[in-house]
Design a protein around this ligand. Structure first.
Ligand code: EPU
Length: 416
């Protein structure tokens, strides 16, 4: 298993290119199942999760042609309507094939994703919505069996805001008969990116970017070209890194209009930001100021940035409080950060952080993607050597993070 060895205390200086967004690329690749035409995608990030979803899609018979960050999909000859446990268990986003397969072929068999390190993460809302569209769904032997001659439009109000739930139902609705209204829809930029792609494939969607999506079903969708949106979470992770270590970096290929409240919080921390249309320059000197926040759905503070901000707060010149409201078990980085000398205590879903003026490197390990990223940041700010174990989590969602960070001055190497 690969590890990262980090010698901390280096300031960051230089340019970092930002990749395409993981959480936009995954649903967009699944949209390849909705058409027999060519879907020509660019800015697809080189990630383990992308490789997993492509493997799953290839098993259905979808033709995949890949040239680095360009991927062309063709779904003219789909031969299997199944997502097996072996793949779904490694990546929950595999559930995103359910809506497209059912909508286009009237049938799907998808393994029920199991528990997850950050929370229980059920998919009941995906199932509830598809049932409202007329699907017959049974769960047996760990699999979701879904059937329907033709999905029918419906008004669907999900119990909570769900990102992949919205995406699954949105894709299904594009080929349903009549009008579907998705109330309480997720407004994340990644959902918007998928909706924009679907429109370029011939879907009829109104309310894109709002919490009420109105979809008029069409007979079929055609091929399209699309560039995956830039990854706001990857970008903000690098901004947290410079906030923790100090330095002067420029993020390239970013989209500053899709940022959420995290950017304001970075300013509160003391990061000097010059925001262009597709670049962000970030400068940091001195200790960060503490920031308190609660995670919420977009455009509120993203749960996917909670751990990385914690890595900055632990070094702040004061105390802060962080409340996680989206997932019930997303504080697994806390004990690892405390091993580096941080002073964090938790009470339920709130963490109380007392900033310290130095961290000391130690071996640490993480159990999920964003927690791993936060430990890399903490290790870069700590004195001495930090070894981050189990970085396969990091490789799932960051495109060669250690290469990008080394290029701007971090002392970080991968140990095989
Ligand atoms: N939920 C249910 N039932 C459902 C669906 C969701 O109870 O049917 C609950 C979840 O358990 C959770 C909340 O609703 O408590 C929100 O979950 P959501 O469905 O929005 O999460 P997701 O779609 O499974 C996506 C991202 C996550 C990100 C969350 C929240 C993808 C592939 N994944 O997950 O990304 O944290 O939205 O923004 O888009 C990551 O990139 O590290 C990551 C975990």
């Amino acid at each position: 298993m690969d590890k990262l060895q980090i010698n901390g205390g280096k300031r960051l200086n230089g340019d970092i290119p930002v990749s395409g967004a993981k959480n936009a690329a995954l649903p967009i690749l699944c949209a390849g199942l909705l058409t027999g035409g060519d879907l020509e995608l660019s800015n697809v990030p080189r990630l383990h999760d992308v490789r997993t979803i492509l493997k799953l899609l290839e098993q259905t018979g979808l033709k995949v042609t890949q040239d680095d960050e360009r991927v062309t999909l063709n779904g003219a000859n789909i031969t299997s309507l199944e997502a097996p446990y072996e793949l779904v268990k490694t990546m929950r986003a595999s559930i995103l094939v359910l809506g497209p397969l059912l909508a286009r072929f009237g049938e799907a068999k998808v393994s029920l994703p199991g528990g997850c390190a950050i929370g229980s993460r059920p998919v009941d809302q995906h199932i509830k919505g598809l049932r409202q569209m007329g699907a017959e769904i049974t769960i047996e032997g760990g699999y979701i069996y879904a059937k329907c001659a033709k999905l029918k439009g419906a008004r669907i109000l999900t119990d909570m805001i769900t990102v992949t739930g919205t995406e699954n139902l949105l894709m299904a609705a594009t080929l349903a008969e009549g009008e579907t209204v998705l109330e309480n829809a997720a407004r994340e930029p990644e959902v918007t990116d998928l909706a924009n792609l679907l429109v370029s494939m011939g879907a009829k969607i109104e309310g894109i970017g709002t919490d009420r999506l109105v979809i008029q079903g069409v007979e079929s969708l055609h091929g399209a070209k699309h560039a995956v949106i830039s990854d706001r979470i990857e970008a903000a992770t690098f901004l947290c890194a410079v906030a923790a270590t100090g330095g002067d970096i420029v993020l390239r290929n970013t989209r500053t209009d899709i940022f959420d409240v995290a950017l304001d919080k970075l300013r509160e921390i003391g990061l000097q930001l010059d925001v262009g249309t597709d670049t962000i320059r970030a400068r940091m000197d001195g200790r960060p100021h503490p920031v308190s926040f609660r995670t919420t759905e977009y455009p509120g503070f993203p749960t996917d940035m909670q751990a990385q901000f914690m890595a900055v707060n632990i070094l702040a010149d004061g105390s802060s409080r962080v409340t996680e409201t989206i997932f019930e078990n997303r504080f697994m980085h806390v004990q690892e950060m405390n091993r580096l000398g941080a002073q964090i205590s938790t009470e339920g879903n709130t963490a109380f952080i007392k900033g310290v003026d130095r961290l000391v490197g130690a071996p640490v390990m993480a159990t999920d993607l964003r927690a791993s990223a936060s430990l890399v940041i903490a290790g870069m700010a700590a004195e001495g050597t930090t070894i981050v174990d189990r970085i396969y989590h990091l490789d799932r969602g960051y495109d060669r993070m250690e290469v990008k960070l080394s290029a701007v001055g971090a002392d970080i190497v991968r140990i095989k």
